[in-house]
Design a protein around this ligand. Structure first.
Ligand code: AMP
Length: 420
């Protein structure tokens, strides 16, 4: 497989798919440029080699064609600043003016294309179908968009000599620019950018090349949103720690009293099945033994601690208690590979962060002792950032949904398109 380090971009036009889906305020100022900063090593390497850049991204979720609030023109000035060079902008991503702008690019020059999702072809889903459209109409619209997506993809690919995908955040989408256009480049002319390469390597270290013991900590609110992940992890891990709101579905399924705690009553059987699966796979399933409880879902509620299966009526579990913190930390500290997804409690309220902090600190200690730790998929990233510990774990994924699909064991189209 081609790598960005081995490639000399001198004289080449590189199409780089980035994830510049940055948050903007009401005056279109960027409020967090992390995603742009993360792509800089790739962009700068190409320019330093003497290549030119054609940068493609999406911004937001436009569903009806061009809309100014989703225009990438809002980020041009900041990108110029970050790259230290003028960024040219073209207000479309296909068509004659785009072809002309790309053709005129000289080594060291940068062209940013307009939001790829202004065209329905990027995602390949029909738009504007009437709600009462018949099945035939839906099928015809689907067929039509697939045909025009092919032309759109070909045209994007024709702009460049080489394709670089640095957008891990959209790697789980089989969109024109994230996966399909790779087909138009030979294996030596398509590759991951640095960010994407790091994300893929981190996922592989955990899911394929894990050093044992391997511990996953799954938190968050609902079992239902994590079933596929838990099922897949039960075939890989040595220890599976279940935390967060989903604890109480397990506790209730086992006959415990959970008061007003969050619970999915239709998932009680599933919880018991997962417990049986863990046994069958010789996985040490670690459930909380105590809880920090509150008499209201609020930061200022009265609080107390109790056994996880003896929560009084009118109270709810908002975080794990100190015994569970010690239990989880002990397992984590003995691990050599660690995956953390989802907080142990309602970490948004300062009075219920203790469990998540204890998990984060145990991961940091294990990492210092040589473990590989991957934190990702939403709120656990917010946790390590909140605790100022993000730089003390091995890798914090930028991936969100893409990371979750990867740990579900799915093949991500954006990765497969390059790896073959
Ligand atoms: P998820 O998006 O599934 O990872 O869930 C993250 C959310 O789970 C966060 O907003 C937490 O506040 C919430 N959460 C964690 N523990 C609990 C709990 N014990 N009760 C209610 N919500 C919780």
């Amino acid at each position: 497989m081609q790598t960005i380090d081995n490639y000399n971009f001198a004289g080449k036009k590189a199409f780089v798919r980035v994830d510049f889906n940055v948050p903007l305020d009401e005056n279109f100022n960027i409020t967090d440029d992390t995603r742009m900063v993360k792509a800089l090593p790739t962009l700068k390497k190409i320019l330093a080699d003497g290549g030119s850049l054609i940068i493609g991204s999406h911004l937001g979720r436009p569903k009806k064609g061009p809309e100014d609030k989703f225009s990438l023109r809002h980020i041009v000035a900041h990108l110029s600043e970050l790259l230290g060079t003028e960024v040219k902008f073209v207000d479309d991503c296909v068509g004659d003016k785009v072809k002309a702008a790309a053709a005129a690019l000289k080594p060291g020059e940068v062209l940013l294309l307009e939001n790829l999702r202004f065209h329905a072809e990027e995602e390949g889903k029909p738009r504007g179908l009437a709600e009462d459209a018949s099945d035939e109409e839906k099928a015809a619209a689907k067929k039509a968009i697939k045909a025009s997506q092919k032309e759109f993809t070909k045209e994007l690919a024709s702009l460049a000599d080489v394709y670089v995908n640095d957008a891990f955040g959209t790697a789980h989408r089989a969109h024109a620019s994230t996966a399909l256009m790779a087909e138009y480049f030979t294996p030596e002319n398509k590759m991951f950018g640095y960010l994407m390469g790091k994300e893929v390597a981190a996922v592989n270290k955990v899911m394929k090349e894990m050093v044992r013991p391997f511990t996953a900590i799954m938190g968050g609110s609902k079992v239902s949103s994590k079933i596929d992940i838990i099922e897949n992890l039960l075939t890989k891990v040595d220890n599976l720690i279940i935390a967060g709101g989903m604890t109480y579905t397990f506790t209730k399924a086992l006959g415990g009293k959970i008061g007003n705690s969050i619970c999915e009553d239709d998932k009680l059987d599933l919880a018991l099945e997962l417990i049986e699966k863990a046994k069958a796979n010789h996985v040490n399933l670690v459930l909380a033994v105590d809880a920090k409880i509150a008499d209201d879902f609020s930061n200022d509620a009265h609080t107390d601690f109790c056994d996880v299966d003896k929560i009084p009526d009118g109270w709810e579990g908002m975080d794990i208690g100190p015994k569970s913190e010690a239990l989880f930390a002990d397992v984590i500290k003995k691990s050599k590979t660690i995956l953390w997804n989802g907080p142990t409690g309602v970490f948004e309220f300062d009075n219920f962060t203790s469990g998540s902090r204890a998990v984060a600190e145990a991961i940091v200690e294990a990492t210092k002792n040589g473990a590989f730790s991957l934190v990702g998929g939403g709120d656990s990233v917010a946790c390590v950032n909140k605790f100022g510990l993000a730089d003390q774990v091995s890798y914090v994924s930028t991936g969100g949904g893409a990371l979750l699909e990867a740990i579900e064991g799915k093949v991500l189209p954006g990765i497969a398109a390059i790896q073959g």
